[in-house]
Design a protein around this ligand. Structure first.
Ligand SMILES: [Zn+2]
Ligand SMILES: [Zn+2]
Length: 357
């Protein structure tokens, strides 16, 4: 089975034939149809992170169940599924409190990939830059058969994270003014989440005009190029001098996190969705937290419960309430993964997708 392996940071991924275990108890083997290419995969190539190498990256996958191990009840061969990344044990402190996006399992998943007898790790326990994968049944979300699987792969990360940040984390009310800083694959979904939630003004901020055009298509009412305009002044001017009700930072940079915080009004909420460097530090004046009653929130995986949220988001797409096709600007083959990373880094694509079947 072919997969894209990261052996060394800041080096291209290598396409290789790997051995994949048969689905064991509680496990499901999935024939992958497509995997979205997400910035957080690239972070582990470009940055020093706790992820142990070698690893097969990819965490935005959808496919068809090929086989199931003993005791699997949720799906059967032939079912269409989206794979939720990260542990989803269902039993830990967080899972039992309805926060599977913070799952901290008692024991990690068993090794499932190898080459020449040497273990290759599965990124976030899913490893979707591959033709097939074996994952826990708890990572599997069955979806309706009439939804296009390749397009629905984006629901596994970018779409759910973006819409979830608005709907689950911040709970944006209709009529709100919303700022979205960073309009990559996830930021665009924050924009469409804000539209879905009935936001009045949706102000998208980026430094690339082509990405701001994507944002307009996804529902931004105003766009600001931060390389040319003063973001905070412009946001205030667009919101009656007050600042936005909500700001979402979807880059992972202390400067833009501060900017998000400064762009919300008194009592406003800034949500950090972007993934920062491991050692990045944020400095700001906490006096404003009290004096202006502002909130700074974090958001992992759109505070989502995949078993509930994935089918809902697929329904919204099928009812034409959200856009997914428009997010996919380029398709790549598995062995074009390094080109897909380059195109994403250059800001050429809203979302790139690997066709795996
Ligand atoms: Zn992702
Ligand atoms: Zn858990």
């Amino acid at each position: 089975m072919k997969a894209a392996v990261l052996y060394e940071r800041r080096k291209p991924l290598v396409i290789e034939d790997l051995d994949l275990v048969a689905a064991g108890p509680g496990e499901v083997e999935v024939e992958l149809i497509a995997s979205g290419v997400c910035h957080s995969d690239l972070h582990h190539v470009n940055r020093d992170t706790p992820t142990v190498l070698p690893v097969v990256l990819g965490h935005e996958g959808a496919g068809i169940v090929k086989s199931v191990g003993p005791n699997v009840t949720r799906v059967r061969p032939g079912d269409h599924v989206i794979i939720a990344f990260g542990s989803k044990c269902g039993e830990c402190f967080y899972c039992v409190r309805g926060m599977p996006y913070l799952c901290t399992p008692a024991s990690p998943a068993r090794p499932r990939l190898s080459r020449g007898g040497k273990t290759i790790n599965q990124f976030l326990e899913v490893a979707t830059y591959a033709e097939r994968t074996v994952v826990s049944e708890k990572n599997i979300v069955k979806i309706r058969d009439d939804a296009p699987l390749a397009i629905c792969s984006l629901v596994a990360c970018g779409v759910t994270t973006g819409i979830g940040a608005v709907v689950n984390t911040a709970k944006v009310e209709p009529g709100s003014n919303v700022v979205v800083i960073g309009t990559g694959g996830v930021g665009l979904n924050v924009v469409q989440g804000a539209r879905l939630a009935g936001a009045a003004r949706i102000i998208a901020v980026d430094v690339l005009d082509n990405k701001l055009e994507f944002a307009r298509e996804m529902g931004a009412t105003h766009v600001l190029n931060a390389a040319k305009e003063n973001v905070i002044d412009r946001v205030k001017a667009l919101t009656g001098g007050y600042g936005a009700d909500y700001a979402f930072e979807v880059i992972g940079n202390p400067k833009t996190i501060s900017q998000a915080y400064e762009s919300v009004r008194k009592g406003g909420v800034a949500v950090v969705v972007g993934v920062s460097d491991e050692n990045a530090e944020l400095t700001f004046k906490p006096v404003w937290m009290m004096r202006q009653s502002k909130t700074l929130m974090g958001c992992a995986y759109g505070s989502s419960r995949p078993q509930v949220d994935f089918p809902r988001i697929v329904d919204l797409y099928m009812e034409k309430r959200i856009k997914l096709d428009e997010l996919i600007t380029r398709h790549f083959a598995l062995d074009e993964i390094n080109e897909a990373f380059r195109a994403m880094e250059a800001g050429e694509v809203a979302r790139g997708i690997l066709d795996l079947a």
